[in-house]
Design a protein around this ligand. Structure first.
Ligand SMILES: Nc1nc2c(ncn2[C@@H]2O[C@H](COP(=O)(O)OP(=O)(O)OP(=O)(O)O)[C@@H](O)[C@H]2O)c(=O)[nH]1
Ligand SMILES: [Mg+2]
Length: 207
């Protein structure tokens, strides 16, 4: 059974990006989701991709021959938001803990992800708070507990993605820890074509 899984959220519509699905859009020579998964393979032994059924073929092609086992958790209903996607992805996790990450975080720092797994041990979650907000789509969760908390929040009509946290016994990874164990751009996400141009330039420069 995998001990450390990554759940990659990719079920959004990329409306700020344009007509293309940003998950598989080219980012400095590789589909963005491939960049995210390649960065995580040193610290996870399985990947679950949450997406809509129609996205699956292109994402599977993008992830062809990555270094870990990849499986898919398709949305039963599309467009129910990232919290629903998170629940669907986490329900498909076989091990105890999973790092949840959005498909648009191509600078994700594997060393810091390993640190989040270590911090989550014995708790329901380790959630970074580098500034004011919790980075809920860049956090490690006890998969079953977070899936249940998301489902409960959704059933109450709650849309805020922080809401499920308050059902969990979780560790906050604060700004000092982020500084000591991570890199600031690990949380950066790419939404627009301009974001892609900027990220591609920096990735090509090796930053
Ligand atoms: N399953 C699922 N995932 C979603 C949904 N909305 C967003 N996500 C995912 O949540 C993460 C963060 O969402 P956004 O950055 O807003 O991405 P997006 O919704 O595709 O892009 P925009 O349409 O520009 O907001 C991304 O990884 C998305 O794929 C949804 O309705 N269902
Ligand atoms: Mg969105």
């Amino acid at each position: 059974m995998p001990e450390r899984t990554a759940v990659v959220l990719a079920g959004g519509r990329s409306t700020r990006f344009g007509d293309e699905d940003k998950a598989v859009a080219d980012l400095a020579g590789r589909p963005m989701i491939r960049r995210v998964v390649d960065r995580l393979t040193p610290v996870v032994d399985a990947v679950v991709v949450n997406c809509r059924a129609a996205q699956r073929g292109a994402i599977a092609t993008a992830l062809d021959d990555v270094a870990v086992t990849v499986s898919f958790a398709e949305d039963d209903y599309p467009d129910e938001g990232p919290m629903a996607g998170m629940a669907t992805g986490l329900r498909a996790v076989e091990g105890e803990y999973a790092f949840v990450v959005a498909c648009d975080m191509p600078f994700v720092d594997s060393g810091f992800v390993g640190y989040l797994f270590d911090r989550a041990a014995g708790h329901d979650a380790a959630v970074p708070r580098p500034e004011q907000w919790f980075e809920t789509t860049h956090a490690v969760y006890r998969a079953a507990a977070m899936a249940e908390a998301c489902e409960a929040a959704l059933a109450e009509g709650e849309e805020r993605i922080v809401a499920p946290l308050f059902d969990l016994e979780f560790v906050v990874v604060d700004a000092d820890e982020v500084r000591d164990h991570g890199t600031p751009h690990t949380f950066e996400n790419c939404n627009t074509p301009e974001d892609f141009v900027d990220a591609a330039r920096r990735l090509e420069e090796g930053s």
